[in-house]
Design a protein around this ligand. Structure first.
Ligand SMILES: *[C@@H]1O[C@H](CO)[C@@H](O)[C@H](O)[C@H]1NC(C)=O
Ligand SMILES: *[C@@H]1O[C@H](CO)[C@@H](O)[C@H](O)[C@H]1NC(C)=O
Ligand SMILES: *[C@@H]1O[C@H](CO)[C@@H](O)[C@H](O)[C@H]1NC(C)=O
Ligand SMILES: *[C@@H]1O[C@H](CO)[C@@H](O)[C@H](O)[C@H]1NC(C)=O
Ligand SMILES: *[C@@H]1O[C@H](CO)[C@@H](O)[C@H](O)[C@H]1NC(C)=O
Ligand SMILES: *[C@@H]1O[C@H](CO)[C@@H](O)[C@H](O)[C@H]1NC(C)=O
Length: 547
């Protein structure tokens, strides 16, 4: 049986080489793929991931470099225990904050749990909220790209399909832009905090609008300025606005816990006051759950009327519910998400910063899951089901995300300006931690963990080849190849083709290892090309390198 197979594959391989000789390189590529698919296990070529970590004088965070790619992702410091991790990749934006030179390259990235880059997204603007969402029933990467100024962004929402084709939103909200500072241009007017796709092919986005208001009731000027929080639901196909909501029209200015003068502004035209600071929106049936950093509350809104149906926390420490116990209160928080919604109630998770620049070191930042019984009852406070954080306390003054429900019950937390991502087990013990910068120099607004399958349409695998000198093998010229294909998630191996004389031959297959695979092969003269293998089939060839 074994012999029979071997004989057949040799015959097919021979046939392939004959076709090579007569028809040349291009036609043979498909024949080769077919011939080798079912019948022949190509020779294994030794391969390993290329790891070069660059450490500077201590100012820059250590980063990886490659020979076939210009990407230089942060070298994450990873600690983990034996606990099982959720399936998928970590998806976040590693970007510089305030100081220059701390990351050599800021970019939205997809990384494996063992520090390997999978995809880095190139773009001229800052990025936030990089993640996987369904767009018209199919997984897409979604990301906001734009310019930011003290906690507000002005940019565009992009969706990226499984071939990395990019589509832009057509957001055209009625938004008055804040001054971005010299040399900065807003590529759009949507803010970075939220872009929630719906099954209807629409997206909820938020925006900040600078508008004049009477601020005397809270100690400001009669002709003061507000950075109003707006929600937009936009049809992704047409850009049509289907829903708009303004915090100014529904939430009294007096509800704000942000002083009129803070690092966030002072109520002047140049530095408007941000009374509400919306940072999350989630559709729940006919309603929306929204989160306000500056009123220390979350709200359920009617999508039909925009009316507030209930408030949780905030007013009287309970809103429409009973007051939360002191230890259960949250402040300066992010990302309210409802889970297990029924008529009688729901659970709500939040990233409870509990700190901000001018109210810091108060209590460590944590992930909270609250049980909320409905309808709201002023005598019944929500209860805390779980409170999660690692042993090391972080005091996170802005940003952050918390997902208590990864596919296997694990939980994910991202600490914003503390550039750390932690994956917890269902019971709250840290199973994995990745740090990608020093505190307050590098940040990621949020992080996600998702499965993602993609093959780039517009760029090919990149190959770099070097001659090596192996004293044990004086008789033949050995070369080392370095190959990567940014974003190609499902490549399992690389067919290595070498030109000997006039004809190409397949030297075998190198298993894919990490972002950049290194392999070694004898190449007596001439040129090397590699072919990316998926499901046993060669799908795309790299550039050709001749020595
Ligand atoms: C790079 O990251 C790996 C994985 O966390 C770690 O083992 C290694 O020590 C890091 N190298 C440097 C120079 O930081
Ligand atoms: C935004 O503010 C401007 C004034 O600066 C105002 O004319 C406009 O109506 C506001 N937009 C919304 C949606 O409230
Ligand atoms: C501004 O609000 C105060 C009360 O907070 C009121 O007394 C005053 O008349 C208002 N000014 C204008 C121009 O409406
Ligand atoms: C979005 O626009 C498309 C194209 O006009 C339309 O077919 C679709 O029904 C719209 N979706 C919604 C939710 O309005
Ligand atoms: C949702 O309900 C399931 C089943 O009771 C439970 O295991 C899970 O922890 C709940 N999720 C959240 C986020 O409350
Ligand atoms: C805490 O706030 C004080 C006063 O604004 C500031 O000087 C200090 O740097 C802050 N610390 C942190 C860790 O943000």
């Amino acid at each position: 049986m074994i012999d029979l197979c071997a004989a057949r594959s040799v015959r097919i391989a021979t046939l392939t080489i004959l076709i090579f000789l007569t028809t040349g390189y291009l036609l043979s590529a498909s024949t080769l793929a077919f011939g080798w698919r079912n019948t022949f296990a190509p020779a294994r070529i030794e391969s390993w991931p290329y790891v070069e970590v660059v450490v500077h004088d201590g100012k820059e965070w250590p980063y990886r470099t490659f020979k076939s790619s210009a990407w230089m992702p942060p070298n994450m410091t990873i600690t983990r225990n034996e606990g099982a991790l959720a399936k998928g990749y970590y998806i976040f934006t590693a970007k510089n904050r305030r100081h220059s030179g701390v990351l050599v390259q800021s970019a939205p990235v997809i990384m494996t749990d063992d520090n390997e880059l999978v995809y880095a997204h190139d773009g001229p603007y800052g990025a936030n909220n990089f993640r996987v969402q369904e767009v018209n029933g199919k997984p897409h990467l979604t990301v906001w790209l734009g310019e930011s100024v003290t906690g507000h962004g002005y940019g565009q929402f992009y969706t990226i399909d499984e071939t990395y084709e990019v589509q832009t939103s057509l957001f055209s909200g009625n938004v008055a832009l804040q001054s971005l500072g010299a040399g900065k241009k807003a590529p759009g007017l949507s803010d970075f905090h939220e872009q929630e796709m719906t099954e209807r092919g629409t997206v909820y986005m938020v925006a900040y609008n600078n508008t004049q208001v009477n601020l005397t009731s809270i100690g400001g000027k009669e002709d003061g300025w507000l950075s109003d929080s707006l929600i937009y639901e936009v049809n992704m196909t047409t850009g049509e606005t289907l829903f708009t909501w303004s915090a100014k029209d529904h939430i009294p200015l007096e509800a704000s816990k942000l002083p009129i003068k803070s690092y966030m502004g002072d109520g002047s035209k140049g530095h408007p006051w941000d009374h509400f600071h919306i940072n999350s929106v989630q559709e729940i049936g006919e309603n929306l759950l929204i989160n306000s950093r500056h009123t220390f509350a979350m709200y359920l809104l009617s999508r039909k009327t925009g009316e507030v149906l209930w408030e949780l926390s905030g007013r009287g420490e309970g809103g429409d519910f009973g007051p939360l116990a002191e230890a259960d209160r949250f402040k300066w928080h992010h990302q309210a998400r409802a889970h297990n919604v029924t008529e009688d109630g729901m659970t709500i998770s939040i990233f409870d910063n509990h700190n901000m620049q001018e109210d810091n070191d108060t209590a460590p930042t944590r992930g909270l899951v609250l049980r909320v019984d409905l309808p709201p009852d002023a005598s019944k406070p929500p209860t805390v089901l779980s409170s999660v954080r690692g042993d090391e306390p972080f005091y996170v003054g802005s940003q952050g995300s918390y997902d208590p429900a990864l596919e296997n019950g694990n939980q994910l937390m991202c600490y914003g300006p503390v550039p750390v991502i932690q994956e917890f087990g269902p019971n709250g013990e840290v199973r994995w931690e990745g740090r990608f910068g020093r505190d307050d120099t590098v940040q990621s607004y949020r992080a996600f963990k998702s499965e993602w399958h993609a093959t780039p349409a517009d760029w090919d695998p990149r190959l770099h080849v070097e001659k090596i000198h192996d004293s044990a093998r004086q008789d033949e010229q050995q070369v080392e190849g370095y190959v990567s294909w940014n974003g190609a998630t499902d490549v399992t191996g690389w067919n290595v083709h070498v030109r000997r004389g006039g004809a190409w031959s397949n030297m075998g297959r190198a298993d894919r290892k990490g972002f950049e695979t290194v392999f070694r092969v004898a190449a007596p003269e001439g040129c090397v090309v590699v072919g990316a293998v998926m499901d046993g089939v060669e799908v795309r060839r790299s550039n050709e390198v001749c020595l």
